[in-house]
Design a binder for this molecule. Structure first.
Ligand SMILES: C[S@@+](CC[C@H](N)C(=O)[O-])C[C@H]1O[C@@H](n2cnc3c(N)ncnc32)[C@H](O)[C@@H]1O
Length: 219
């Protein structure tokens, strides 16, 4: 199965770190929640490393969930997809926890901030003691003074990987590009939300404005 998302050159390494950390910390029988699971690519990466864990995926799109089922057929008894909107998680019927891990990959920028916080709180309530949440997404750049630094990173990515990411000519254009399907949170938002939800935060990987952030549930 090929990665369905081609426009993030650093995604392969960041997802490999995510899958590796989960595989390393997991115990046989652990359950994992995947918010915005899409066609099951992240689940596939995890199953390649651990065939003894199970994953519950949630996504808005029934077609993506059908594709996930096909993509994950070799592990069909270990993946269950639920159709629903992350903005109204309580209506979806996600099985009760405890879950050892929760993750979301390139999905939070589609959600309003209240819904992002709602997903974090929903996950923490269902995480087992010692459980962790992982958020992998673009970050919102909020300071015009640092914008040229990010532009340099984007130019380097294009040179190194031969393909680019979503960019902007200047900070004004960047801010004008914020829209309902493009409203990433700031790194400082995640620190605040994780702490308020009872999570200790660790940045696992940060490349320009793309972050893999982990939160470990505090006792
Ligand atoms: C860019 S894709 C990422 C899919 C997968 N996590 C991956 O990394 O390959 C974003 C996914 O989030 C889902 N999504 C976006 N907004 C959602 C919402 N409000 N509720 C549920 N799923 C949503 C989309 O349907 C899509 O499958």
């Amino acid at each position: 199965m090929e990665d369905p998302i081609g426009s993030h050159p650093t995604r392969a390494e960041q997802l490999d770190i995510l899958a590796t950390v989960i595989a390393d910390l997991a115990a046989a029988g652990d359950r994992i929640l995947d918010f915005g699971c899409g066609t099951g690519y992240v689940a596939k990466l995890i199953f390649e490393k651990r065939a003894d864990v199970s994953i519950v995926g949630v996504d808005l799109k029934p077609d993506s969930l059908e594709q996930a089922k096909r993509n994950l057929a070799p592990n069909e008894d270990r993946f269950k997809g639920y159709e629903g909107n992350l903005e109204s998680l309580d209506d979806i019927g996600v099985p009760d926890g405890p879950y050892r891990f929760a993750l979301t990959a390139l999905t939070f920028h589609d959600l309003p901030d209240e819904a992002k916080k709602g997903v974090i709180d929903f996950a923490v309530e269902r995480l087992a003691a010692g459980g962790c949440i992982f958020v992998y997404d673009r970050l919102r750049l909020s300071e015009s003074a640092t914008f040229p630094l990010q532009q340099s990173i984007w130019r380097r990515i294009e040179r190194e990987y031969g393909r680019g990411m979503r960019t902007a000519e200047d900070f004004e254009a960047y801010e004008g590009d914020i829209a309902p399907n493009n409203r990433p949170a700031r790194l400082s938002d995640y620190f605040e939300w994780f702490d308020a939800a009872g999570l200790s935060t660790q940045i696992l990987h940060l490349h320009g404005n793309v972050a893999l952030i982990a939160g470990a549930k505090r006792d």
